[in-house]
Structures are given as C-alpha cells and as structure tokens.
Design a protein around this ligand. Structure first.
Ligand code: NAD
Length: 467
C-alpha cells in the first residue's frame, strides 16, 4: 500500500471518509458496537500474526506482546464495550434558578474524521488504543503506523482492512512523506504519539486548519531512590520498567537519582535484577528486545562513552543488540543526561538528598512520568507537591498506564491531552451543551430591556440572591 500512495489518493481517501461520516452511518450505537466487536475479533483472531510481526520488528516475546500490546488494548476495548451506552448518554447539569424552568445536559457527539499517527515502539498498542476511543465515539478514522516497524504496520493494515468497516477506517502506511500529505488535510482531530521534534511539525500543520491535537510525547522520566525499603524489589521494579522492550518505552525510567549511601547497593541490585530477568547473557534470552534501527543503535552505543559502564555494555551491530547497561559518572551536561535515551542505557547519578533531586528534576522539561522509590511519607509528599509530570508512581515503575481511570498523557514538553478508559472516548467526542426551556412561562422577560430603574433594582437583587 505504501508504494501506491500519493498526495492525490490520500486526499481522495480522506474525502471518502468525510462523506461517509456525513452520511450519519457511524453515529448510532449499533454501528459503534459492531466496530468494537470487529476490533475485538481482529485482536483475538489476528493475535498470532500480530505477535509474529512484533517479534520481527522488535524481538518482542509473545508474552510481552500480550502484556503490553494485545492484552492491554483488549482491556481498553472491553471497557469501552461495557460502558459505551452510558458514555454516549452524556450528563445532566443543574440549571441556575434564574433560568428555571429549563433542562441542561451535555451530549457527546463524534468529531468527524480524525487522524491517528503512531510511533514504532509499541506499534500496535499506540495505534489501536486511540482507535478504540475514536470508533466508540463514532468517528471515521485514518491510521498512520510508523514505517520503522514495517512488519507490524503491514499486519495492522491487512487486519483493519479485513475486519473493520472499510468505509470508515483506512490505514495509510509510510513515513514522513505520507505523514506530510495527511497533515495537509483538514481533520477534526489529530492524535499523535511520538517525539517532540515531529510533534511541533504536527502542531504547526494542524494550526493551519485550527485542528485540535492530542500530543502524546516522551522525555526524560526520572527515578529517585533514597535507599529506604527493600532494595531488591526497588531494583527489580526499576529494571523491569527500564529494560522491557529494550528500554524503548516512553515511560521507561530514563535516569536514576540516588542518594550517596544507596548508590553502591542499588547498582549491585540492578545488575542482579537484570541477570534475574534476562540471564547472564541477555543476547541469548528469548525475552529481551532489540534496537529498532541501526541509527538508533549507533545513537545509543555512542552514549556508552559518556560515563563508566558499571554493568552491561556488550553490543552487536548486526542484530542491533545492546545489553541492559548501567552507567555511572555521567556529567549532567552530557547528552545522556540532556536528551531522552529511549534505549537500554540507565545512568545512575548521585544527589545529596531528595531536595536536590527535586531541584534537578525541576530544571529540566516536565517529564511524562516520575518514579519515587521511598518508604518515607515526607519524601513522597515533597515530590507530589513540588514537582510536575504526566504521572507520578510511588515504589513502582511504568504501571500507572494500566489503570484505565488514570489519565495517560504528558504536561509541558511531554505532551498535551490524555486518554485511556473513558478519556479516550472524550478525546474523540465534542461535549455539546444542550439547553432546553419551555416557551411559557416566559420568565426571561424579567431580564430584557428596557432597564427601568425599578427593573434594574429587581434584576440585580434577584441575580445576587440566586448566584
Ligand atoms: P517520531 O516522532 O519520530 O515518529 C512518530 C510518527 O511521526 C511516525 O509515524 C513517523 O512516521 C511520523 N513522522 C516522522 N517524521 C515526520 C515528519 N517530518 N512529519 C510528519 N510525520 C513524521 O517518534 P518515534 O521515533 O516513532 O517514537 C519515539 C518517540 O515517541 C519518543 O520520544 C517517545 O518518548 C515517544 N513516545 C511517546 C509515547 C506516549 O504515549 N507518550 C509512546 C511511545 C513513544
């Protein structure tokens, strides 16, 4: 499909989806429910093909694909199926007495035709989880997978064509060129997951049509460790969150800030946790991923020179293998501490105390996630009250996104907007304000001009009393 695309057929497809939306076919409950059922079949019947594709692109173990991609999306999907009727109902709102009698409610409406652009690191989840919201909300949708995960891109294209309503959902494969053609179209919403550099292009192009955007971005998500609590558990939780998908996770711990007394212990325990997860030689482990491209491999391996390798560091360019690596003695000004790492390299930096960690974090961009490993309530409260991040997890890493009630999204440079659970439905809906008032009694006459002194006095007194 990628090779056959050009600006003209991109424009034609979007027009076709717009016309289908205008036919009202996607608005009713039955169509939405049918599409969610079809999406469920796509995920369950297509699971083996999806797992094979994720293995080919990222060397993901099928169980990891189940946890972080297929199973994850199925949970979102089943929640949407269960709650759809209730979500579509909207809510009733109180009417001020001065306006009574009247009734007020919000009615969610589909936005129209929307674009979802995905990255390569969770190439199924990050396309299909937003798609659940877009379909539940009754939109027509174009999906643009990442060209850097070509096997998953192809499988998503084939499965969507097979299972979903082709009049309402189209997959357009390709890289920046296809993305550019798509972004030139007028959309009712753009949902983008990726890096800050491309997000600025997306936001700029969207602004030309005043298209609203959701930007799910990344950044440097810190972990603070003060040595309290069970350090084996602390290390295991950090290692799992960091090295899953070979560190190519937007909410992966990017670097660790540790107090001096705990540094040595943490490094030993981290090395032990890595052995527990992936064995003495992770290159032989079925469970450990590979770097997505040679460019990213070279970017990451060049970081190994920016500190002292405490554990790990073995690599092989041919298979794009980079061992889980702990790095010490890094300079705060080196790129490993200023740019998102997005790979299996974990710098460990000592800070005198929690206060210094907070100061360090606050001088960088607001992160997507922040992890605090401490049993001290005062420390946890200080991070809660005096730092900002998309999410804050205490004593666990990268787990908040599996709670459907929690918003998943960034703040500042880590993104704008949030989704998961009902929020995914809300992202792709317009909350329309609907007010209805009987024509009689015509109580509004009380506030119409002419404003005689008597009327003014009465209206002012009434409004002040009722407000
Ligand atoms: P990216 O920004 O390079 O690419 C994302 C998408 O944009 C891809 O589909 C790509 O084809 C497209 N694209 C690339 N260049 C473009 C251009 N010039 N114009 C228009 N579109 C273009 O991101 P990536 O490398 O795929 O993913 C890594 C980044 O994504 C990291 O920063 C990571 O933190 C972030 N991320 C965030 C989340 C989240 O949920 N917040 C999840 C995963 C990844």
């Amino acid at each position: 499909m990628a090779s056959g695309l050009n600006r003209k057929n991109v424009t034609e497809t979007v027009e076709r989806l717009r016309n289908y939306f205008a036919s009202d076919a996607t608005r009713d409950f039955a169509w939405r429910r049918q599409q969610l059922d079809a999406l469920e079949r796509l995920l369950t019947e297509g699971a083996t093909d999806i797992e094979d594709a994720l293995r080919a692109d990222l060397h993901k173990h099928p169980t990891e694909s189940e946890i972080t991609e297929i199973g994850f999306v199925l949970a979102e999907l089943r929640l949407a199926k269960r709650k759809l009727r209730r979500w579509m109902r909207g809510s009733r709102e109180r009417v001020p007495l001065a306006l009574a009698p009247a009734s007020a409610r919000t009615v969610p409406q589909p936005l129209g035709t929307v674009l979802i652009v995905g990255p390569w690191n969770y190439p199924l989840q990050l396309l299909i989880a937003p798609l659940v919201g877009a379909l539940a909300a009754g939109n027509t949708v174009v999906i643009k997978p990442s060209e850097l995960a070509p096997a998953t891109s192809a499988v998503v294209a084939a499965l969507v064509e097979k299972y979903l309503d082709p009049a309402a959902v189209a997959v357009m494969e390709g890289g920046p060129e296809v993305s550019g053609w798509l972004l030139d179209q007028p959309w009712d919403h753009i949902f983008f997951t990726g890096g800050g550099r491309v997000a600025k292009i997306v936001a700029e192009k969207a602004a030309r049509h005043l298209t609203p955007v959701t930007l799910e971005l990344g950044g440097k998500s810190p972990v603070f460790v003060d040595g309290t609590g069970n350090m084996k558990s602390v290390a295991r939780r950090i290692a799992w969150a960091k090295f899953i998908n070979a560190g190519q996770t937007c909410v992966a711990p990017d670097y660790v800030l540790v107090t001096p007394d705990a540094q040595e212990r943490l490094q030993v325990e981290l090395a032990g946790a890595i052995r527990e997860l992936y064995g003495d030689d992770p290159s032989l482990s079925d469970d450990y991923g590979r770097i997505i491209s040679t460019d990213h491999y070279l970017r990451l391996t060049s970081m190994l020179r920016l500190g002292t390798v405490v554990s790990g560091g073995r690599k092989e360019v041919g298979t794009r293998y980079l061992e889980p690596t702990i790095l010490a003695d890094v300079l705060p000004t080196s790129t490993v501490m200023t740019e998102e790492i997005f790979g299996p390299v974990l710098p460990v930096v000592t800070v005198p105390d929690a206060e210094s960690a907070i100061a360090f974090i606050n001088q960088l961009d607001k992160p997507l996630a922040l992890y605090v490993m401490s049993t001290r309530r005062s420390v946890r409260r200080a991070f809660l009250e005096r730092t900002s991040s998309g999410a804050l997890d205490f004593n666990v890493g990268a787990a908040h996104l599996s709670v459907p009630g929690l918003p998943f999204g960034g703040v500042g440079a880590s993104g704008m907007g949030a989704y998961h659970g009902k929020r995914s439905f809300d992202v792709f809906s317009h909350q329309r304000a609907v007010l209805s008032k009987p024509l009689s009694p015509d109580t509004l006459r009380l506030i119409y001009p002419p404003y005689t002194p008597r009327k003014s006095k009465f209206v002012t007194a009434l409004l002040r009393r009722l407000s």
